[in-house]
Write a protein that binds this ligand. Structure first.
Ligand SMILES: Nc1ncnc2c1ncn2[C@@H]1O[C@H](COP(=O)(O)OP(=O)(O)O)[C@@H](O)[C@H]1O
Ligand SMILES: [Mg+2]
Length: 303
């Protein structure tokens, strides 16, 4: 079965020269959760924008439902955009503060000409109920809501158009731990009830282990490991994955942010890697199968 969304060998370079994606393969399948992990600056949000075709890949291709949409004109994609909805980290910036909850939820329905007329009001209340809120929230504005309530409204807005997939870009990292857990549980219930595919972007490996059967690990714009999340987190093949797993378990401080000025050696992780050898400093490790379960890792010395 073809993936809902897929990047093949995706390369993205920003206007200032930053090479944010350098040959990334990533796919999200129907009704599945897929974790995309990596520290800040590793290219996760760029990958999301490329999947949504909000930015163009310089090389490689983007596929929706098996169709190559890399060069399809925007107007031809408009109707299909509905099917994949992003939910971003900070609803304060993704929700227009001047709009009421009613207007925020009505906007996507207007754009896609859904539930007009008498059915509209019931639809709005139903959306709020699905995210654990109620109709009394309709006249409120974002600044009158808590962080968790704002993220629930953002989720209701995404659900308004009946998507098949959600791209969750650090959806709870702006929330307190207990609120974050509530919102994640809600996401799990909603995804299950609606049969949604979910790409979960996070730097937190423990979330991935909890929610995602499969995971892709990005480091400086490249996939360094991918496979079944329980196997990857239990025994990381790539030392960078090991660092993320240790950080999530509280065994190590969070990995340092990526230094943009770092000179790229053959393996970009080599300067931080306890396992690095001369080979790693002269020879780029290709992403290859490292176990008999199809796990991929880009490392000369996988575990
Ligand atoms: N609009 C942009 N212009 C230039 N560089 C950018 C832009 N957005 C992101 N970057 C850079 O691209 C790299 C990847 O960024 P991003 O995809 O946001 O990573 P992540 O979501 O994993 O934190 C980083 O080095 C970041 O500074
Ligand atoms: Mg990001």
């Amino acid at each position: 079965m073809s993936a809902l969304l897929e990047l093949r060998d995706a390369h993205v370079r920003y206007a200032d020269g930053t090479a944010a994606l350098q040959g990334v393969d990533l796919s999200l399948h129907a009704q599945q959760w897929h974790g995309l992990v990596g520290e800040s600056g590793s290219g996760k949000s760029t990958a999301v924008r490329a999947l949504l075709r909000l930015l163009k890949v310089d090389r490689g291709s983007v596929h929706w439902d098996g169709d190559d949409v890399t060069a399809v004109p925007e107007r031809a994609l408009r109707a299909r955009r509905r099917l994949v909805q992003p939910v971003l980290q900070d609803p304060r910036s993704s929700l227009n503060g001047r709009m009421s909850v009613r207007a925020l939820l009505a906007e996507p329905l207007d754009i896609h000409r859904l539930h007009a007329g008498a059915a509209r009001e019931a639809r709005l209340v139903d959306l709020l109920t699905r995210v654990g809120l109620e109709g009394s929230f309709l006249p409120r504005h974002p600044h009158q809501l808590s962080g968790g309530q704002r993220q629930r409204v953002a989720l209701a807005r995404a659900l308004a158009v009946e998507p098949r997939a959600l791209l969750l870009d650090e959806p709870v990292s702006a929330l307190d731990v207990s609120v974050a857990a509530q919102v994640l549980n809600l996401l799990v219930d909603i995804a299950r009830a609606g049969g949604l595919g979910c790409l979960l972007v996070t730097h937190d490996m423990s979330l991935v282990r909890w929610l995602c059967p499969r995971v892709t690990v990005l480091y400086r714009g490249r996939v360094v490991e991918s496979g079944a999340a329980d196997a990857v987190t239990a025994a990381p093949a790539h030392p960078y994955t090991g660092l993320l797993v240790d950080a999530a378990a509280g065994r190590a401080p969070s990995p340092l942010p990526v230094a943009a000025s770092m000179v790229a050696p053959a393996c970009t992780f080599a300067p931080r890697c306890p396992r690095a050898t001369d080979l790693c400093r002269t020879d780029p490790p290709a992403l290859r199968v490292v176990d008999n379960a199809g796990r991929l890792a880009a490392c000369h010395h996988p575990r």
